[in-house]
Design a protein around this ligand. Structure first.
Ligand SMILES: [Zn+2]
Length: 341
């Protein structure tokens, strides 16, 4: 088989796609248009199911993904890949026939739904329906990718245990059905920040832990991050990125694309943070949580004020407030939640 087709290449770490040419020759697939060129054996590749004219995803090793509209070329490649594996091939044909039948109906419905409800609403529903095990995998993949941007924590054992206990306390009081865990990392010279990944992983920078003087301030930050976890903002962010991704993962139930793309979450968080709307939701969740555990929201205000002061004046800003803007609006809302000025 000698086939070439166009596609969009995702490296599994950033959100940028690159227009590439994919060539299939002698049992190998090569991608040109990226530096260095990518090459792998056909046996290492998996593809999403065919769904009418919805673009296909090719899953390469190391969470690298290719999106392409050239369905026929992909089918040809898969047929070649399956040659010599007759049983698997029959099974593949059967499953494809079944999927194709369901797809005709569901595709029309989902395209209509995207037009009618819009991407954010569907992304939310889909994110909420993602099974806990997949979310956990996505969180681990995101954490592995995060390590590229961070250094190991220098915090003392006592400091770590203190934060872990506070998180356990919040999880218990909120009766969470999963066990959230905190990962400590250093983000460089003086960068206080915290991030929430799918499945309940919260990353806290050493600098943020040191900045907080009271346990209540740490609880406020943790409660906000738990809000991101609870509302599945990481998965929603990934699903909002592409209509094709949303259709493929919801209609076929094939969640490989979701796990592949979760490696881009750290990039998304460091570059622009969650959307304003997600931040507002996480703040609401934090206010409710602090109320449940009997902590005055003034501690949330005081840590935000400290973060504002700690913001670097020059240079690359990866601090909490670069990813969590509008401090004054947020403080205003927290003051209202306290029932006073
Ligand atoms: Zn946030």
């Amino acid at each position: 088989v000698n086939a070439t087709f166009n596609g969009k290449y995702f490296d599994g770490e950033t959100l940028q796609s690159r227009a590439v040419i994919v060539a299939v020759t002698a049992g190998r697939l090569s991608v040109t248009g990226v530096e260095p060129p990518v090459e792998c054996s056909l046996s290492e590749i998996r593809a999403s199911d065919r769904l009418g004219r919805v673009p296909r995803f090719l899953y390469l090793p190391e969470r690298r993904t290719i999106e392409t509209e050239e369905n026929d070329a992909v089918d040809e490649m898969l047929a070649f890949q399956q040659r010599g594996r007759p049983a698997a091939f029959v099974h593949w044909l059967e499953s494809r026939a079944r999927v194709a039948a369901i797809a005709t109906v569901t595709l029309v419905v989902s395209v209509a739904a995207i037009i009618y409800f819009g991407l954010p609403v569907l992304a939310r529903r889909a994110a909420m329906a993602v099974p806990a095990s997949i979310e956990k995998n996505a969180g681990e993949a995101a954490l592995a990718a995060f390590n590229r941007y961070t250094q190991p924590s220098q915090l003392s054992h006592a400091d770590r245990v203190r934060v872990e206990r506070l998180l356990d306390f919040l999880a218990l009081k909120q009766r969470l059905t999963y066990h959230p865990r905190v990962e400590f990392r250093s983000l460089g010279a003086n960068v206080p920040n915290a991030f929430a990944l799918p499945g309940g992983i919260i990353i806290m920078s050493d600098q943020l832990v040191r900045l907080a003087e009271d346990d209540e301030e740490i609880m406020a930050v943790l409660a906000h991050e738990l809000g991101h976890v609870e509302r599945r903002h990481g998965m929603q962010g990934v699903l909002r990125g592409s209509a094709a991704l949303l259709v493929v993962s919801t209609v076929t139930g094939d969640l490989s694309t979701l796990t592949s793309f979760s490696g881009t979450i750290p990039f998304m968080l460091l570059q622009r943070g969650y959307s304003r709307e997600f931040e507002a939701e996480a703040d609401d969740y934090a206010i409710a949580t602090l109320h449940t555990v009997g902590v005055d929201p003034r501690f949330f205000i005081s840590i935000l004020e400290k973060l504002e002061k700690a913001r670097p004046v020059v240079g690359q800003d990866y601090s909490y407030l670069s990813t969590h803007p509008n401090t004054s609006d947020r403080i205003e809302k927290l003051r209202r939640a306290r029932g006073g000025p």
